[in-house]
Design a protein around this ligand. Structure first.
Ligand code: ADP
Ligand code: MG
Length: 394
């Protein structure tokens, strides 16, 4: 992908008093009381915003949150305002909409160095349809465009792609730029841990590029069942059994070593207080379900990882939300942190994997925490990202 113009190339002369439409990815998890349970994405958006306000720009922030169908209050971005204000050190103003008269007025009142957060762009179905009129309305709020929402750069939506047509310059934010640089340099041959179930096609295309594929987590039982082993009441995706078989065959044909855990920690129910025992992964007793990888698997996975230079980790090894079944995930997190210290590039992608690594306090040790799982995977596959293509070349 061609090198894109970066926000860092814009100077005070470009920015002072200018209205900048910044697409960020503030799609953070919220609990039932609208408390932010993981603010990684908010923190990741800060450097670009601070740079812009530091040069006296008027910053207009746009993001999606979740997958609302129309205007749904539970997907409002309002609960993010206090944390965002705290991290930026300025009082962030909130709009009730992302287009329309009220928004136009709020933008006109914005001082140099001020920040306005627009309401969820996905309250409009036009956002995901990349509707040109909607994109024009968004663009009309601003003079220039910054895309720092790497996590949605693989989607051609109005706020990620459409607006770029109407605003000049259109540049990459620091987060987007950092990801593009890393994915450009690091990926010739690498090893993958546990690509999640949602991305079977990604696994298939990555078989062209990887040396080693380690599988843990909930997807392994589909692979065991496909091989005719007893899986008890473990999670199985019946409609993916054939796919699992074909992936195993393709891996073999391409000389990729595909490792499955040899033992698992099985539970008698899906609960934090379940009884548990370590059993061979190929023979789970009736009524028991595998909820974590076992000690032998941790050892063999760790040894396999010792041979690698670049590791991508997507998806926990077990149900790490229950302490009893978190050991596999924690051990692999520690192994990756240790390898990072020895110069191995470690990339953590995916919501739950990032949460797992943060839970054990090892996030800082990893080379790269990707808040944009889907976009990273598409880049690895060699696809072009529409949200990046739309930006000006450097
Ligand atoms: P990520 O969000 O990092 O991409 P996924 O969403 O693909 O990861 O998978 C994480 C979820 O899978 C977690 O909620 C975890 O509890 C669950 N999980 C992991 N192992 C198992 C298992 N053996 N059985 C059922 N669920 C599992
Ligand atoms: Mg997940």
């Amino acid at each position: 992908m061609a090198t894109k113009k970066s926000v860092g190339s814009l100077t005070e002369a470009d920015l002072k008093g200018k209205r900048v439409f910044v697409r960020v990815d503030l799609n953070v998890p919220l609990d039932d009381n609208f408390n932010i349970t993981d603010d990684t994405r908010i923190r990741a958006a800060v450097p670009t915003i601070k740079y812009l306000i530091g040069y006296g720009a008027k910053v207009i922030l746009a993001s999606h949150l979740g997958r609302p169908k129309g205007v749904m209050p539970k997907f409002s971005l309002k609960p993010l305002v206090p944390r965002l204000s705290e991290l930026l050190g300025v009082e962030v103003k909130m709009a009730n909409d992302c287009i329309g008269e009220e928004v136009v007025k709020l933008v006109s009142e914005l001082p140099a160095g001020g920040v306005l957060l627009l309401e969820n762009v996905r309250f409009y179905k036009e956002e995901e349809k990349n509707d040109p009129d909607f994109a024009k309305k968004l663009a009309s709020l601003a003079d220039l465009y910054v895309n720092d929402a790497f996590g949605t750069a693989h989607r051609a939506h109005a706020s990620t792609e459409g607006v770029a047509k109407y605003l000049k310059p259109s540049v990459a934010g620091f987060l987007t730029q950092k990801y593009l640089a890393e994915f450009d340099t690091n990926f010739n041959r690498f090893s993958i841990l546990n690509l999640f179930n949602q991305y079977p096609t990604v696994i298939e295309s990555l078989l062209e590029k990887v040396d080693l594929l380690l599988l843990g987590g909930g997807m392994i039982f589909t692979f065991y069942k496909a091989q005719g082993h007893a899986v008890g009441s473990s999670l199985v995706e019946e409609d993916k059994l054939d796919l699992a078989t074909s992936l195993m065959e393709k891996a073999k044909a391409k000389g990729v070593s595909l490792l499955l855990p040899s033992d698992v920690v099985a539970a008698d129910k899906f609960a934090a207080d379940a009884n548990s025992k370590v059993v061979p992964a190929s023979g789970i007793p009736d009524g028991w379900m595998g909820l974590d990888i076992g000690p032998d698997s941790i050892k063999s996975f760790s040894e396999a990882l010792d041979t690698t230079k670049t590791i991508i980790w997507n998806g926990p090894m077990g149900v790490f939300e229950f302490d009893k079944f978190a050991a596999g995930t924690e051990a692999i997190a520690k192994k990756l942190a240790e390898l990072s210290g020895k110069g191995v590039t470690t990339i953590i992608g995916g919501g739950d994997s990032v949460a797992a690594v943060e839970k054990v306090g090892l996030a800082e040790k990893m080379s790269h925490i990707s808040t944009g799982g889907g976009a990273s995977l598409e880049l690895l596959e060699g696809k072009q990202l529409p949200g990046v293509l739309a930006l000006d070349d450097a």
